[in-house]
Design a protein around this ligand. Sequence first.
Ligand code: F6P
Length: 516
Amino acid sequence: MDLRSAFAAEPGRAARCTAAGAGWTLDWSKQLMQPGTMPLLLELARERQVPERFAAMLAGARMNWTEGRSVLHAALRAPGTASIAVDGHDVVPDVQHTLERMARFANALRSGAWTGSTGKRIRHVVNIGIGGSDLGPAMAYLALQPWRTPELDCRFVSNVDGNDLSIALAGLDPAQTLFIVCSKTFTTQETMENAASARAWLVSALGEAAVIRHFVAVSTNEARVRAFGIDPDHMFGFWDWVGGRYSMDSAIGLSTMVAIGPERFRELLQGFHAMDEHARTAPLESNLPVLMGMIGVWNSSVLGLPALAVLPYDQLLSRFPAYLQQLLMESNGKRVDDHGEPVSWRTCPVVFGEAGTNGQHAFYQMLHQGTTIVPIDFIAFRTAAHPLGRHRVLLNANAIAQAQAFAFGRTADEVRAEGTSEALVPHRTFPGNRPSSFLWADALTPASFGALVALYEHSTFVQGIVWGINSFDQWGVELGKSLAVEAIKGLEGTSTCTTHDASTEALLRTLRTTAT
Ligand code: F6P
C-alpha cells in the first residue's frame, strides 16, 4: 500500500474518506487502505452486529456480563425527557436529580455561600481519586480552562506517593480548602490513603468537627462514605452501570462542574449526547465512531501495528492522551473472548501521545524514521480560545505538515535533488506510508469536547464488539492489587509469607530498610 500512488490514482480520495458528525470531521484518507478496504471493514462491523449491540447497550443490556452490569454511560447525558430502564427502573430521573444536587452544590461553592468550618470562603478544591475517578476530571479541568471561574482552583491527587498529596496541599489554607473524595467503590487503596492523610491534615488545623464542611464524596458506596465521616447529604451518587473510565460526565465530574459552572456542564453533556445520537443514527459509512473503531481494528488486527499515537494539537488537551490510555487500554486490553477462549488477533494497541508541537521535538523522530510503524490520530481545532493571533496558524500548520510528512515521506531521489551528499541520503529519506487520521472541530468548547470524549468511548465500544471481548470489565488490574496487600506486610515486617520468589523477597528486604 503506497499512499502517494493511492492519492495519485484517486483525486477524490480525501473527499471520499472524510465524514462528519456532532461538530467533528474525520479525514481518514491517509490510512493504509485501498478503496475497497473500508466497505469490507463495515461489512465486518455489520456481521459482528455493531449497530444492534450499540442499541442493546443503550437499552440497558448487561453488556458487562462478567460483572453482570448494564453499560449506560449514555444515560448520563440523555435529555431529561428520555426514558432508559435498568431492570424496569427508569434511570433518567435519578441522573437528573443528581445533576440538580451537583448544580446546587457547585453554585454554592462558586458564589461563596458554602463556607468552611470557620466561615471562610472555599478557594481550593482538591479532588482525590484515581483512574476513572481522576483522569477524566483532571483532563477536563485543563481542557476547559477558558471557562473556569477565577474564584477557586482545583487540584488533583491520585498517586499513593505522598509527594502527590504534599504538592497539592502546599500553600493551601485548610480553612479555605474542600476535598472531593471520588471513588466508585470507596475502597481503592490509593484514594483511601490519600483521603485519610488529607483528613488528618485538615483535622490537625481545624479539628474533627470541620470534616463535615470540608469533605464531600462521589461514590456508589454510601456505607463507606458515612464511615469516613462524610455526611450522606454531601455525597453525590452514581450507579454500577457507569464504568470508572466512562464516568467523567457523572457526579465524578463534580470538580468540572464546580470549575465551569452548571450551565457549561450542561453544554458538555449536550456535546456527549450529540455524539451518542450521531453514533446511534448515522449510516456506518459516515459514522465517526464506527469508522474510527474499524480503522483501529484494521491497523491493529490486520496490519499488526502495535501502537496508537494520539496527538492533540491544542495545549488544552495535554492530558487527553493519558485519559485515553485508560479508556482504550483498560477497556480493550483483553486477550480472551466472550467464551473465555484466547483471541487469535491483536486487540488494543499501546496508546500514547503528547500535545503538539511538543511531541515533535521528542518522539516524532521515531514515528518518522523508526522501525515500528505507529498509526496516529491528529486532533485539531480551527480556532483558538486565546487571542494570540498567529499561534493557531503555526500550530495547525505543524499538524497538517506532520500528517503530510508521515503519509508521503521524502524519497531518496527527492533528497538527492536537494543537493544532499550521497552519504546522507539514507539518513534524510523519509519512508512515508505511516498511517494517520485527522480529526478536527471548529473550536474547543464544552460541547465539542464532550463530543470528542464520546467519540472515543464509542469507537472503543465498536472495537470491543468486533474483537469479541468485554470492553467493560478490568480483571487485569486485580492481581497486582492483591499482591500489593502482601507486599505491604512484607515492607512493614508483618508478613508471614514464605513462598515469595527470590527476586521479590530480595526487593522486599532491601526496600524495607528505606521504607521505615
Ligand atoms: O484501576 C482499576 C479501577 O477499578 C478503575 O477501573 C477505576 O477507574 C479506578 O480503579 C478507581 O476506582 P474507584 O473509583 O472505585 O476508586
